[in-house]
Ligand binder design. Structure first.
Ligand code: SF4
Ligand code: SF4
Ligand code: SF4
Length: 279
């Protein structure tokens, strides 16, 4: 029987252990029953340029030349489940909310597909399904968590670089790991470990070996000024929504695109079955 989660949970991606295999992407698609999202190959290894209504989890691959050879910075990119979430403030329908678990969740029945969450999120995470006129994004696999399982993506990770557990445990794990990594990676840092930034941290946290910008992350995420000035009061939308048509004014406040590295390739195929990611 499902149990509502009332204590904060968190996910931690330790990029120093990530092999870039993208099993987490496949596991997310499998659990969410999301179809393939084909993209043309244009010479880069990253599979998609950005998240989409069919892709809630994307392995960002930033390419660099280091010590005379090609190297990557990998980052698992999905909803950050922000401590102070812009999408919640921007939603005129109060469809998005921060649950007691810390996960930022969507009440689909209330969502009118207006696209304000997509326009305002600093991380450009929510994507509007234009057919259904509903917002889409990672929900921390709350259905699994409420049934005693960990999220699909962390369960599948072959290098164990994605951890999931209580917020307290994940913070302690991050701090301990940082001390170890600092010896070999002087630039190593913790990202979103609260309250170290303008969004009061987040329940999706990272251990980075390099500066946040080298992964495509905002160095200092903040609630957009437009939201702060209006107290989150964005215009009411008519019943039925605007079908993801957002004015250029709102789009202008949308912030910096994360994961805008040139993507290529097709969605990974997988031999993994749903059973393999289930307990
Ligand atoms: S990353 Fe974007 S969609 Fe996710 S909680 Fe933060 S503001 Fe909302
Ligand atoms: S599409 Fe509009 S109604 Fe739906 S969650 Fe986003 S802001 Fe709220
Ligand atoms: S927590 Fe679930 S929905 Fe979110 S990225 Fe992982 S598998 Fe996808």
């Amino acid at each position: 029987m499902a149990t509502e989660i009332t204590a904060p949970i968190a996910m931690l991606h330790d990029v120093s252990k990530c092999s870039g295999c993208r099993a987490c992407m496949v596991a997310c698609k499998q659990w969410k029953d999301l179809p393939a999202d084909p993209t043309p190959f244009d010479g880069q290894f990253q599979s998609h340029k950005e998240l989409s209504p069919k892709t809630y989890n994307l392995l960002i691959m930033k390419e660099y030349y280091r010590h005379g050879r090609l190297d990557w910075n990998f980052l698992k990119y999905q909803c950050m489940h922000c401590g102070d979430a812009t999408c919640i403030k921007a939603c005129p329908s109060k469809a998005l909310y921060k649950s007691d678990s810390g996960a930022v969740l969507l009440d689909e029945a209330k969502c009118v597909g207006c696209g304000y969450c997509e326009a305002y999120c600093q991380y450009q995470v929510p994507k509007i399904d234009k057919e259904r006129k509903k917002s889409t994004k990672c929900n921390f696999c709350i259905d699994r968590v409420e049934n005693g399982m960990e999220p699909s993506c962390s369960k599948i990770c072959v290098t164990d670089c994605i951890s999931f557990g209580s917020l307290e445990d994940m913070q302690a794990k991050a701090e301990a790991r940082l001390l170890v990594l600092k010896k070999d990676f002087p630039m190593a840092n913790l990202y979103n470990v609260r309250p170290n930034n303008g969004i009061l941290g987040a329940n999706m946290m990272y251990i980075l070996t390099d500066a946040p910008a080298t992964y495509g992350l905002l160095e200092d995420p903040k609630i957009p000024l437009s939201i702060t000035l209006t107290g989150g009061a964005v215009p009411e939308v008519p019943e039925g929504g605007l079908g993801a048509k957002v004015s250029p004014v709102h789009t202008a406040f949308a912030g910096v695109v994360v994961g805008a590295a040139v993507g290529a390739g097709v969605v990974l195929s997988s031999k993994l079955s749903k059973e393999t990611i289930d307990e």
